[in-house]
Design a protein around this ligand. Sequence first.
Ligand SMILES: C[S@@+](CC[C@H](N)C(=O)[O-])C[C@H]1O[C@@H](n2cnc3c(N)ncnc32)[C@H](O)[C@@H]1O
Length: 275
Amino acid sequence: MAQRWLASVPARDGGQRVVDTSVAHISRVYDYWLGGKDNFAADRVAGDRVIAAYPDIVRSARANRAFLARAVRYLVREAGVRQFLDIGTGIPAANNTHEVAQSAAPECCVVYVDNDPVVLSHAQALLASGPDGATAYVDADLRDPGTILAEAGGLLDFSRPVAIMLVAILQHIGNKADPFGIVGRLMGAVPAGSYLALSHPARDIQAKAMAEIAESMNELVAEKVTFRSRAEVLRFFDGLELVKPGVVPVPRWRPISDTEAASPTVLWGGLGRKG
Ligand SMILES: C[S@@+](CC[C@H](N)C(=O)[O-])C[C@H]1O[C@@H](n2cnc3c(N)ncnc32)[C@H](O)[C@@H]1O
C-alpha cells in the first residue's frame, strides 16, 4: 500500500505541515527530472508521463537551471544587483541562487520563497550563506505577494535594487488568480534599477507535446498548470526595459557556448529592468 505521508515539517504558525507522498507535487517532479533524491513514486509516475510526451524534458529542465545561473551571474556582475527575492525556489539543486550570487559577490543577500513543505524542510541548506552575505526562507504563496514582501523586508532593503526571480513558477498561477497583477504588485514594491528574471513553460514551442504535458500534469500533479505563449510571457515585462536578447527560448539567453545554446527547451525566458 502506498505510504500516505512521509513526515511533518514546522509551519509558519508554529504548527506542522504534512507531506503527502501519494500525490505528485511539482517541486518533487522537477527534482526527479534533475536527478535528485527527494521524490516519491507518484512524482516519478507523473514525471515519466511527461517524459513520454516530450523525451527532452530532462534536458529542458537542466537548461532552465542553467538560465537561472546565467541570469544571476549577469545581475551580479553586469547589473550590480546584490539583493534577490527568489520565489518558487524548488528543492535545492546544483547552483542555487545564493551560491551563484555569492560566488560572484559574497555580500549578496537572497530571500527564498516557496509554498511546498518539502522545500521548507530543505530550508537549512538554503540558509547556509557565506559569512559576508545572508539568506532567509519565507514559507508563503506567490498568490499572496503582500505577505512575501512584508516578510522579505526582514532581510532585503526595498530602497535599493532587488532582482525578483520568478523562474518556472508562473505556470502554476492560472489567469483567474491574476498572475500579471501579482507580478505588477511585486515590481511596484522595488525601486528603479531593480530587475525581473523570469522563465515560463511555453504553449507555442513543441505545441502538441506541451498540450499533452499540460493534460497529464493537470491530471496527476497537485499544482495545476497554464502554459503561455511568447506574447503572453512578454506581458509580464510590461513597463520594464528588456535586457538583450529579450524573451527567447532559455538556452538562447546569453549562452556561454554553442552547445549550451543548442539545448532543447520548452521554456521562454528573459530579464527586464525597472527604469
Ligand atoms: C518547477 S519548480 C522551479 C524551481 C526553480 N525556480 C527552478 O527554476 O529551478 C517550481 C517551484 O515553484 C513552487 N510553487 C508553485 N506554485 C507556487 C505558489 N503558488 N507559491 C509559491 N511557490 C510555488 C513549487 O513548490 C516549486 O518548488
